[in-house]
Ligand binder design. Structure first.
Ligand code: ATP
Length: 592
């Protein structure tokens, strides 16, 4: 067994041995709070660090969990376990409602909205007679588990840490899964994820509710640890501190939440002791120091402590490559192929206006099964906009697009992807900190079905093997098998474009839209790409490509559509286009 496997086991053994060792009560209490805080900030890692949705309101969900169990156990003498379940149910419903109301907001509106509902939930707790107003509710019973009363700190310690570590395990599982890859796309790659068939809004809701549930569990444990609840630990200040923990620890990594919670709790307590003694007067001076620390971390270590810690420890714990265990996985199902020469795509007088600018002006053309069509024209001719209209990225101003006999104008890109149209982007869209293989596997999203719960519980492994087998197959096909374990962000532009093509192929498309696929490729890579596209054509796939490399386009396409100033100039076979004086004039910018 290597050090990488032994060290976590040793750490775990030590963690669970601590309460029976002669460790001072103070440290057990500290660790209890660290576990509780880590639960909340692990949710924030998912929501904010990975999903890019900033929330200042998590403390309010902690309060929901705490107050629900407090009311049920004291007013109705119910078991804390009933309190937990009801607390989770109430949190889920409220989080769902808040998510549906606020998650379509963008920019600074979402954080502002989280502040607003955090304040109002806290205000509710502090002003309802039923909840004991500012005094809160006292006299909560201890939790009983396996016949043991978790009355003191050392006993509840086990429950806190089992739950915290299970949550971390579940979140790590989730991030390494089909829904996890979709979630990792939420922060900056939503357009791409939608084009791969992902409902990004749905996953925003999922992570919002999951983070709220983790906070609620933390509140439940907190209430039964303290045996009393009052509104102050669930206010906006605490909401900000949870975010602080996630940022300090490493907002993009689950274990960063634990580091952040530990660092925060220990520093805060030490500062509370030291600063008043140093300054000779009492006050919450630690807030000032913690504020300064946060600003410094955001400036000098925006990814938090965890990435630095792992880099420093890499000598002893080298990162392990994913095990390639999918060789025998069953292939994914494929969609029925279109009949030879079937009319696949009909672009009928499509128009796009941006204010006064007509970017695409009543353009029409058709694509049949097994054809490679080039869309060319000088810069600003409207090619990419036409692409975006066909693939559903932009709404049509007028006209219609039909794909495989269905009108798709007005449908979102994920619906169009489901019908068998896939695309790449002019500016590569990927998840830079995921491997090439994982990025490509995102293309299999619509060909698979395991979702959040199965991923959390790691019940998705067989399907994952099939997805990775498909991703590897497409990477091999495009000549990138060697690079599958590299981080996508480390690739040069040419290979990144090839990676996008492999990802699009993973959707098993009938029509492939490639936006400047040859840009950034070397001569040999272009030739290889041309060979792959010819092979795909032979298999019955159709390709529409926007490309500036005329040699590549002329040698590959069956027909070419030329655009200029948003209008279709001419359509014909490559030889006709090459000889056309109108096309030459368009490119040279002369009158025609
Ligand atoms: N979102 C937008 N808002 C306003 N104008 C836009 C928008 N997108 C594109 N345009 C304008 O529409 C016109 C067509 O742009 P488009 O990107 O489709 O051209 P293109 O043929 O793909 O050019 P290139 O070869 O340089 O990529 C340009 O004048 C561009 O500035």
């Amino acid at each position: 067994m290597n050090l990488r496997k032994i060290a976590p086991l040793a750490g775990l053994a030590l963690l669970f041995a601590l309460p029976v060792l002669p460790v001072p009560e103070f440290w057990i209490t500290q660790l209890n709070y660290i576990g509780l805080f880590a639960l909340v900030s692990a949710g924030l890692v998912l929501l904010t660090g990975v999903g890019g949705l900033t929330s200042f309101g998590q403390a309010a969900f902690v309060g929901l969990g705490a107050y629900t169990t407090a009311v049920l156990c004291t007013h109705y003498a119910l078991s804390p376990w009933v309190g937990l379940l009801v607390g989770l149910a109430i949190t889920a419903v409220i989080a769902l409602m808040l998510a549906l109301l606020t998650l379509r907001m963008s920019g600074h509106y979402l954080p502002l909205a989280t502040i607003a509902w955090a304040l109002s939930l806290n205000y509710t707790m502090a002003n309802m007679e039923f909840l004991g107003k500012y005094d809160g509710i006292q006299g909560l019973p201890p939790i009983h588990a396996l016949g043991i009363s978790l009355q003191d700190g050392r006993a509840i310690y086990y429950l806190i840490w089992v739950i915290a570590l299970l949550a971390a395990w579940g979140l790590c599982n989730l991030l390494d899964s089909r829904p996890g890859r979709a979630i990792r796309a939420l922060n900056g790659a939503t357009t791409m994820a939608e084009a791969m068939g992902v409902s990004t809004f749905r996953y925003k809701v999922v992570i919002f509710v999951l983070a709220a549930l983790l906070a609620s569990v933390s509140g439940w444990l907190f209430a039964h640890l303290q045996r009393t609840v009052n509104p102050s630990p669930f206010g906006l200040k605490m909401g900000i501190e949870y975010l602080f923990m996630a940022v300090v620890g490493g907002v993009g990594t689950v274990w960063g939440a634990f580091v952040g919670a530990g660092v925060f709790k220990i520093i805060e307590d030490q500062l509370k002791e030291i600063l008043p003694a140093l300054l000779g007067s009492s006050g919450n001076f630690e807030i000032i120091v913690l504020g300064i620390v946060l600003v410094l971390i955001i400036k000098y270590a925006p990814k938090g402590i965890w990435p630095y810690a792992t880099a420093a420890l890499a000598r002893w714990f080298p990162a392990e490559q994913r095990q390639r265990d999918w060789q025998d996985a069953a292939p994914l199902a494929t969609r029925p192929k279109p009949a030879a020469k079937e009319l696949l795509l009909e672009v009928d007088k499509v128009r796009k206006q941006f204010g006064g600018l007509v970017a695409v002006n009543d353009v029409s053309f058709q694509i049949h099964a097994g054809e490679i069509i080039g869309l060319i024209g000088p810069n600003g001719a409207g090619k990419s906009t036409t692409f975006n209209l066909i693939s559903g990225l932009l709404p049509l101003s007028s006209g219609q697009v039909s794909f495989r006999g269905q009108a798709v104008g007005g449908k979102p890109s994920r619906e169009i992807a489901r019908l068998g149209m896939s695309r790449t982007f002019q500016h590569v869209k990927m998840i830079a900190d995921m491997t090439v293989l994982e990025n490509v596997a995102l293309g299999t999203y619509l060909r698979s079905g395991k979702d959040t719960l199965q991923a959390l519980l790691r019940l998705d492994r067989e399907e994952e093997k099939r997805l990775f087998a498909e991703a590897e197959r497409q990477l091999q096909r495009i000549g990138m098998g060697e690079q599958m374990f590299e981080l996508a962000g480390n690739l040069a532009l040419g290979p990144q474009r090839l990676m996008e093509i492999a990802r699009a192929l993973c959707t098993d498309p009938a029509l492939l839209l490639l936006d400047e696929p040859a840009a950034g490729l070397r001569h040999k890579e272009k030739q290889a790409l041309g060979d792959v596209l010819r092979q795909l054509r032979q298999e019955g796939m159709s390709v529409l490509l926007v490309e500036h490399d005329m040699e590549f386009v002329m040698g590959l396409t069956d027909r070419i559509v030329v655009m200029e100033f948003g209008t279709k100039l001419i359509e014909g076979e490559p030889a006709v286009i090459q000889a056309s004086p109108i096309v030459r004039a368009a490119y040279l910018g002369t009158e025609h």
